[in-house]
Write a protein that binds this ligand. Structure first.
Ligand code: MEV
Length: 326
């Protein structure tokens, strides 16, 4: 008989998920072939429930519920992820409802678009009883990220699947050993930044001022490589100094915003060893390094008094590398 529409029976539903990320050092420079360090934010997640239905493909998010092919442009990356995955698996996108629930603020440099694409890929792979290796997943998420970002380095597509810390360069990532005995604080300016525009503005700076541009990109690369050693050896003061230096360079390259400067100053004023924008910038979040885990709350309070609309603490244990197979 005909399959029932509405809620599916057991086995006709699958859940996929992925998490947010922050970039410790190297954002933007990574688009220009330099290395970057990313850290998983495992407690901020996207979950996608894929359910077999009868009829056309449907997508449900907080702001939209309806046919996949009539979803608004802002959901383009998710639609692309669903279509590309179905095609890759040799399945029709029809007959599937995708319900997306995200706990990652969008447009804040936390990897919300890559995480949502991963969660869609994951849910569809499971629903169709298929298998897909990490490279296959990465490629599909990159197809969606091109819709979101224009020319994504692939850092977000790696970091929203891997846990712990990773060093990324030229499409590849390797886990980084972390012995950092203190907390990082992430705070949201509440200003929405568009990664695509920030990346284009930085590229325009480098084109306009090639000498200064390559000096800054080379310095960011040095900060990143030294920062990887700092993480492994718990050199907090040095790491904090590099973070603030990176913030100034990224601002000069065009990724800054007054709201970011305000939060960086507030964090350092409250005793942070260093602070910087994280991700695409021009809004979005800052990342601050607390001298000890006990100092994190004071830094959060200072950030919120200075206008942060949300904040998260990444405790020392959460920055250690471990495989993520959620
Ligand atoms: C965005 O999280 C990081 C950027 O470097 C862009 C990219 O790597 O694609 C700004």
């Amino acid at each position: 008989g005909a399959a029932p529409s509405g809620p599916a029976a057991d086995g006709e539903q699958a859940t996929g998920s992925a998490h947010a990320k922050v970039i410790l050092l190297g954002e933007h420079a990574v688009v220009h072939g330099r290395p970057a360090i990313a850290l998983a934010l495992p407690h901020l997640r996207v979950t996608v429930v894929a359910t077999r239905t009868t009829g056309a493909a449907t997508l449900r998010t907080e702001e939209y519920a309806g046919p996949l092919d009539r979803a608004p442009d802002v959901l383009g990356p998710l639609v692309t992820a669903a279509r590309a995955t179905s095609e890759h698996l040799g399945c029709s996108p029809a007959g599937v409802d995708l319900a997306v629930r995200t706990g990652i603020p969008v447009g804040r440099g936390l990897g919300a678009s890559a995480a949502a694409a991963h969660a869609i890929v994951d849910a569809l792979v499971k629903l169709h009883g298929s298998e897909l290796d990490e490279e296959g997943r990465f490629d599909l998420v990159q197809v969606a990220e091109r819709v979101a970002h224009g020319r994504p380095s692939g850092l977000d597509a790696r970091a929203t699947r891997a846990s712990g810390a990773l060093l990324f360069r030229a499409g590849r990532s390797t886990p980084l050993p972390v012995a950092l005995g203190t907390s990082l604080v992430v705070a949201d300016t509440g200003v929405r930044g568009t990664t695509r525009e920030a990346v284009a503005d930085v590229a325009a700076f480098v084109e306009r001022s090639p000498h200064r541009g390559s000096v800054l990109l080379d310095r960011l690369e040095s900060l990143t490589l030294a920062g990887a050693e700092d993480l492994a050896q718990d050199r907090r003061e040095a790491l904090g100094g590099r973070m603030t230096a990176a913030h100034d360079m990224l601002s000069e390259l065009g990724a800054g915003h007054p709201a970011l400067d305000r939060l960086v100053e507030a964090a350092v004023g409250a005793g942070a060893l260093g602070a910087k924008l994280t991700g695409g910038g021009q809004g979005g979040c800052v990342l601050a390094l607390a001298p000890t885990p006990e100092d994190a709350d004071r830094i959060v309070d200072a950030l919120e008094s200075a206008g942060a609309v949300g904040s998260w603490v990444l405790p020392p244990a959460a920055s250690g590398a471990a495989p993520d197979r959620g």
